[in-house]
Design a protein around this ligand. Structure first.
Ligand SMILES: [Zn+2]
Length: 441
């Protein structure tokens, strides 16, 4: 018998199959044990897009179910006959559910439940680091800082908190230094379970606003003067094992809500190495200067100076061309006409030259062609009176001429431009202009 879960048409879930008929609750023993003996109580099959998965519930388990931002454990379930991979652990109601791809052959066997130890060490490091981070944030930024969410997995930790401005680079350094100082102090974990909630609050324990807590809570302390939190997650026995803490990003995720992402231990080392490698590559690309920043500033200045010089040369060239072109204007059926191929370094240059010529020669019909980075460009400019007269139209003209350069374009009645693919056709386009204009007049 199968029933489809709501909202996801492609997930099918079978009913629970009882293996051991017992009222015994499934107990989490992972605070004290890294592995444990486990007996299967029940299982069910789920099918997602044709892929089968099994969900297993045991009498006791060291596998941590995703909670409080900490990711669920992965690992193995081993018996004399089987070794089954656990790909995720989650909590549903009060059940700790182990997800596997295979069902063990002997369901009644005694299993050894072994979470991935190396992965779990990384998760512990990152989780404890969020506690050290929260305390550091409150010291550096102020008591208004409240945890608004977190994510802890084997790769990184993410911490969202209330704060109204960007955390400055200097503040981030101070926060990092504070956390790393606490790591070097090798502060032992002080874990207290089943503490009455009132007592925990008296200890000054940080709780998540809006989170529902039971009558009894677990209090995690790393130096009672520094960090006291209500928390159900897994932690290092001693802050020293975190090794190193490094913030990799700080950003806004909402109004008055900031996010810090950080790494610890080997991942923090790798991050710093990566940054140093990048710096080394930049240094090398600049020819290994003694003072990197000075050298970079000098280059930037040089580029700015050169750019100004190029602009000035281009302007000179345009002025020279303009003077020559004015001399080439001829009379065509009663209008002043000029069609020429010119040199321009950009479309803006071509436009500028066209406007300059229009101003210099009243009553002008102008067609300019140029090649920019191997691509042909055309510009047609008409005196206002001519454009209003209606016999000539810059857009119509440029579209007709653009056929010669395998292109197209458009614009206004008095000014239009076109680009094309065939630069070899520029001469033909320029030559065609005279015939077209005289025919229209
Ligand atoms: Zn925690």
């Amino acid at each position: 018998q199968k029933d489809r879960s709501r909202g996801d048409q492609e997930t099918e879930q079978s009913d629970w199959v009882t293996v051991r008929d017992t009222d015994a609750p499934n107990v989490f023993v992972g605070y004290d044990q890294d592995e444990a003996t486990a007996h299967l109580l029940r299982y069910r099959k789920t099918e997602k897009k044709g892929k089968a998965e099994y969900q297993l519930v045991f009498d006791q388990t060291p596998f941590y179910a995703e909670s409080g931002g900490q990711i669920g454990d992965t690992g193995y379930l081993e018996s004399d006959f089987d070794k089954v991979r656990v790909i995720d652990t989650r909590k549903e109601n009060d059940l700790i559910i182990h997800t596997t791809l295979d069902l063990p052959q002997d369901l009644k066997a005694e299993f050894r439940a072994r979470p991935d130890a190396a992965r779990r060490t990384l998760i512990r490091n990152n989780h404890t680091a969020t506690h050290l981070l929260q305390a550091a944030l409150r010291r550096v930024l102020g008591e208004h800082v409240q945890q608004k969410g977190s994510l802890v997995n084997e790769k990184l930790l993410r911490f969202d908190f209330s704060h109204f401005t960007k955390v400055t680079d200097a503040q981030l350094r101070e926060i990092e230094q504070l956390v790393n100082e606490r790591i070097r102090q090798q502060i032992p974990l002080d874990e207290r379970r089943n503490v009455p909630i009132a007592e925990a609050k008296n200890l000054g324990a940080m709780a998540l606003f809006g989170e529902k807590y039971g009558e009894f809570v677990r209090v995690i302390t790393f130096d009672k003067e520094y960090s006291v939190e209500l928390c159900g997650g897994l932690h290092v026995a001693n802050t020293g094992s975190i090794g190193y803490f490094k913030i990799i990003s700080e950003s806004a995720v909402g109004a008055g809500l900031r996010r810090i992402e950080a790494v610890t231990a080997g991942a923090a080392e790798a991050f710093v190495d990566q940054q140093l490698d990048l710096l080394g590559e930049v240094r090398e690309a600049l020819g290994n200067p003694q003072h990197l920043l000075t050298s970079l500033e000098k280059q930037t200045e040089e580029i700015a100076t050169l750019r100004k010089q190029i602009e000035s040369f281009a302007q000179q060239s345009l002025n020279q061309q303009k003077a020559q072109l004015v001399g080439q204007v001829k009379d065509l059926s009663g209008v002043k006409f000029l069609a020429a191929q010119v040199q321009a370094t950009s479309a803006d240059d071509l436009k500028k030259l066209a406007y300059d010529l229009r101003q210099a020669v009243p009553g002008l019909v102008l067609v300019l062609g140029t090649e920019i980075d191997g691509k042909p460009q055309l510009a047609v400019m008409l005196d206002d009176e001519l454009a209003k007269g209606g016999k000539l139209n810059a857009t119509t003209l440029v579209r007709e001429l653009a056929k010669e350069i395998q292109g197209g374009g458009g614009g206004q009645p008095f000014f239009a431009t076109a680009g094309g693919k065939n630069a070899a056709g520029l001469g033909a386009a320029i030559a065609k202009a005279e015939a077209l204009v005289s025919k229209s007049l």
